[in-house]
Design a protein around this ligand. Structure first.
Ligand code: FAD
Length: 467
């Protein structure tokens, strides 16, 4: 065995003695992977095929004790840390170059209490894992829109999902979290214990520690009326106007995603995806205008189980493709917004790329901006251009197109990104990262100062401590 070149928290190179690595290996129940080990290349891969980083060490944690050992090791030896939950984040914050990746992919157990209607899930759980267990009891909570996304990153950044109209964001349903903070202690954060930390975890991202488990409030979720309707691009103006008018005045039962995509025939189409969470007959009536307009090219709305709703967009989010995203919050969808979307989208270089207008939902909008760290409570929706392609040679053209699209859309947005979708600081600049936390930024700095004063957890949408 030889000493290892690693990246220190400052970003500079350092040498780590082999004895320290062997001590860490011996203290872990799960494997510690190094370059060259079997499974190393698989473990460092994340959902976005563009991300090709090589951690010096990957600790595949088997439980909380492993997380504590890994955090203490990183702190003691000043090693750069990244934390992997579901590994779905487009900028790839969960995997670092040269540092220690604390990998929770092996920690995915979910325990449901059907009487209290709560569920506790480990930090590497995906929404597919979570929904499978909770739906066995006819229960569920707001998740994301793609089933293989991790609960961890999504919940810590806020969590916009299909039940948002009735039940708010995912973080609004978070009851408690266990996390290992920078000094290696495990803390419980909820309204009674460490309430400042609990506030910060609901929108502040992965800035405060490694969350080893989350406890959520569940709700009865029966069959839903859901699916997608597609319209020809020749009717794009009318279809997007219909969408806008519809979302501005929907009951809590409805949450929607409007979008633009390219059909298998290679032509742009408008999509409206809906989820009605209530009496199915009332839902049929309410969704009639959406389904009658056009006529649509296709109407895939039907009663379905929540687990099925949660996979509706999976075909547009295949693991391993190349992805790049630009997004912003939007308070309204103006006529000019619609015109710009229609003008720009047909120039998209890749047929795999999509544009979405994802509604936060009425209940999410009713929570005050200061109640949790997620500050975008006035936003009607998040607009996102999720570009996707297959060949590395097409990186530049797709990235450039997405950036230009984002710039022409910016005047129609709040100018503030969703923490879960913003790019890395080197690209976005520290001011945009700050803006993603909105008016809550200064209070978040206070939480950071208290729980992570040395900024061990920096490989994310970083809030810099000021102590
Ligand atoms: C196709 C697609 C669809 C999406 N749809 C939605 C959607 O509908 N709604 C929505 O709100 N968001 C959505 N997102 C964004 C999603 O919320 C983020 O990508 C989120 O970061 C994913 O969480 P993860 O655990 O899978 O990510 P990871 O890549 O594992 O982590 C993301 C960040 O969280 C940190 N982190 C992860 N686990 C932990 C942990 N246990 N403790 C502390 N920090 C941790 C990481 O260090 C990293 O900074 C979508 C993203 C994609 C790519």
């Amino acid at each position: 065995m030889t000493d290892l070149r690693i990246t220190a928290t400052s970003g500079t190179d350092a040498i780590l003695e082999d004895a320290a690595i062997q001590k860490l290996r011996a203290s872990l129940h799960g494997p510690l992977l190094c370059p060259g080990d079997a499974n190393y290349d698989e473990a460092r891969k994340v959902w976005n095929g563009m991300i090709d980083r090589r951690p010096a060490l990957i600790a595949r944690c088997a439980g909380v004790a492993d997380v504590i050992a890994a955090v203490k090791f990183a702190r003691t030896h000043d090693v750069l840390v990244s934390v992997r939950g579901g590994g779905h984040n487009i900028p790839g914050n969960s995997v670092c170059d040269g540092g220690l990746m604390i990998d929770l992919a092996g920690m995915r157990s979910v325990r449901v209490d059907p009487v209290r209607r709560t569920a506790r899930a480990e930090g590497g759980t995906t929404w597919a894992d979570f929904d499978r267990e909770t739906q066995a009891f006819g229960l569920g909570t707001t998740g994301g829109s793609v089933s293989h996304t991790g609960i961890a990153g999504l919940s810590l950044g806020g969590g916009i999902g299909w039940l948002g109209g009735k039940h708010g964001l995912t973080c609004d349903n978070l009851l408690s979290a266990d996390l290992v903070v920078a000094d290696g202690k495990m803390l419980i954060a909820n309204t009674d214990e460490n309430p400042d930390l609990f506030w910060g975890l609901r929108g502040g991202g992965g800035n405060f520690g490694v969350v080893t488990s989350f406890e959520y409030q569940l709700h009865p979720v029966g069959p839903l009326l859901a699916g997608m309707v597609l319209y020809p691009f020749s009717k794009a103006k009318e279809a997007l106007t219909l969408y806008r008018d519809f979302v501005e005045d929907v009951p809590d039962e409805v949450t929607t995603i409007g979008g633009l995509l390219t059909s298998p025939e290679g032509v742009p189409v408008v999509a409206i995806a809906v989820c009605y969470n209530g009496d199915l007959e009332a839902g049929e009536k309410l969704l009639r205008p959406i389904r009658a307009f056009g006529p649509p090219l296709a109407d895939h709305i039907s009663p379905m189980a929540y687990r099925q709703v949660q996979t509706l967009l999976d075909p547009a989010a295949i693991r391993g493709r190349r992805y790049y995203i630009k997004s912003n919050m939007m308070q309204r969808i103006s006529d000019a917004t619609i015109d710009t979307l229609i003008e720009r989208f047909p120039t998209v270089p890749s047929p795999l790329s999509i544009v979405v207008l994802q509604q936060l939902g009425n209940a999410a909008n009713r929570v005050s901006a200061a109640a949790t760290a997620f500050s975008h409570r006035q936003a009607l929706c998040e607009w996102a251009c999720i570009s996707s392609w297959l060949e590395p040679a097409a990186d530049d053209v797709n990235i450039q197109w997405t950036r230009e699209f984002s710039e022409v859309m910016r005047p129609f947005t709040t100018g503030s990104d969703y923490v879960n979708q913003i790019g890395v600081e080197a690209e976005e600049g520290s001011e945009r990262i700050k803006a993603a936390f909105g008016a809550n930024y200064d209070r978040l700095v206070g939480v950071k100062n208290k729980y992570d004063p040395t900024n061990l957890f920096r490989h994310n949408q970083n809030i810099r401590p000021t102590v």
